[in-house]
Write a protein of this length. Sequence first.
Lengths: 236, 203
Amino acid sequence: MSPTRIARNGDTFDRALLRAARNDDPPKGAEERALAALAATGLPLRANLAPGTGTIPSGRWIAGIKMTAIGLALGAGLVTAARWSRREASAPALASAPAPAPALAPAPALATAPALATPTSTPTSTPTPTSTSTRRPLPPPPLSSEVALVQQAARALASADPSVALSLLDTHDREYPRGVLADEAAALRVQALSRVGRSSEAKALARQLLDAHPQGVLAARLRAVLADEDSSAKPR
Amino acid sequence: MSRSIATLGALAPADARGDGIPTPQELRRAERVRTLVVEHYASLWRFLRRLGVPEADAEDAAQKCLCVVNERLDAIEPGKDKSFLFGVALRVAQSVRRDGRPHASDNDDALLAELPSIEPDPAEQLDDRRARAVLDTLLASLPLDLRSVFVLYELEELTMAEIARALEIPSGTVASRLRRARETFEALSRHARRAARGKDGAR
């Protein structure tokens, strides 16, 4: 038998405390950023959020969720494709992806990262939800910036510009040493190092990743990359 | 390395066939994750906050939770995603708290002395921010095992069965922890109000 909750049956003071806690909302755009981060790492959210699928969530963030997740999922396609495109040199994933390629900007320069870093904070791109509380402004959370940076690195890699990718990944490691996407960045680095001919460094990093995390689908793929490196140990 | 590389494995299947087009299974999986985010993100964030994760860290902590759930999704029994999410959140909150302010259940008086100013009578007059500060101070006096059950039941309104699954404890343990948590919370609340009245009377 479950007891009646305090919020319904407690004294006035306790009810007021609990009611206040229930009114505590996440920062504006946090849910969008969560979806965007998941999309950016390869989860195919774009199709789910496409109009007409009947699965569009309701709620005040939906416009932002759609815009952000769709936009970043496009980038995610590149992230995913870029990871392993060396094994698929003709990049068929890009060619046949359902996402409209023109929506993607060319690999932007490093200096443009902040513009991408706040995809949901641009007043013209996202409706501003009304806030019911007088929340103090918080510093912008770093997650969206980190996602954008890793996306840029993936784009650079997909654009056959591994040196730029490495530069972006250096920036990532410097600015987000404990970033949520650290693993994604490390995996991209393996590929970028391989592309610029730094095979020994690529293999060393791949082995380091595998030593730390020997399980998972990506681990299997890293092993495949390693095997590929070993078997193609010849001048490029 | 902040996350298991297995996470990447779970996140990488979109091109598993090499054609860049997600399979129906991958889309169903993504829908499951999306539903979890859309329906429970706010609740997850509040749970982390009430467990003592600082506001500035709560968003990243929530993201970590979702990454873990995404990674483990295939091993989660359908219908139990929400419980799993909150179980992960408890562990993430513990790891965040290890870097922050120590738990002080043995120092209730010191904590209560830090209570924000409370008007003695009209509780409804407390604005939300101050009320949450009071609540968090009271919750900080509860051991984490009681606090997590209390927050999940009283604030996020999980069922006893959902809490048992989330915390991987028997239902009887959930019930006993909830009872102790409520008794402690209500005692602390009364104590706080008496202290506030005392301060007010001394002015």
